[in-house]
Design a protein around this ligand. Structure first.
Ligand SMILES: [Zn+2]
Ligand SMILES: [Zn+2]
Length: 138
């Protein structure tokens, strides 16, 4: 998986990433739940600078994460799809939203973050490392 392509629901925003993911993590924080409208977000950590927008541009919602640090949430201004987040407490990585990938084969989350606010029906896949809050540096 050293070439990942994807985009938003309406197709205005398209991206390309040509590096291997560093980590794939589920985030159960309440902000990811709200932004995604779902139980958690599936975030693919890629080295900052390796993600290129090939069409369109994102709008940015400047959030403050549970860490107390800014989280810049990039989304499509037309259809609202979350595309990636720039998490200041995790410098060096951008966090691509796995649901926007054209092909997510081989994208397997190994960590769960902010499990204190996970949905009560969630049970982790075998072998997943669970963090009650944010992790110590990955
Ligand atoms: Zn869109
Ligand atoms: Zn989150």
């Amino acid at each position: 998986m050293n070439r990942m392509e994807g985009g938003c629901l309406c197709g205005d925003v398209r991206y390309l990433c040509t590096t291997e993911p560093v980590v794939v993590a589920l985030c159960h924080c309440t902000h990811c739940q709200r932004q995604s409208g779902s139980a958690f977000s599936v975030n693919v950590g890629v080295p900052k600078g390796s993600l290129q927008l090939v069409s369109g541009s994102t709008q940015v919602y400047p959030d403050i994460g549970h860490s107390g640090q800014p989280v810049y949430r990039h989304f499509c201004g037309r259809c609202g799809s979350p595309i990636f987040s720039d998490v200041v407490s995790r410098p060096g990585l951008d966090w691509l939203k796995a649901g926007t990938l054209d092909d997510s084969t081989g994208i397997h989350p190994t960590l769960s973050l902010w499990c204190d606010s996970a949905q009560d029906w969630f049970s982790p896949p075998e072998g997943m490392t669970m963090f009650a809050q944010g992790p110590t540096p990955l």
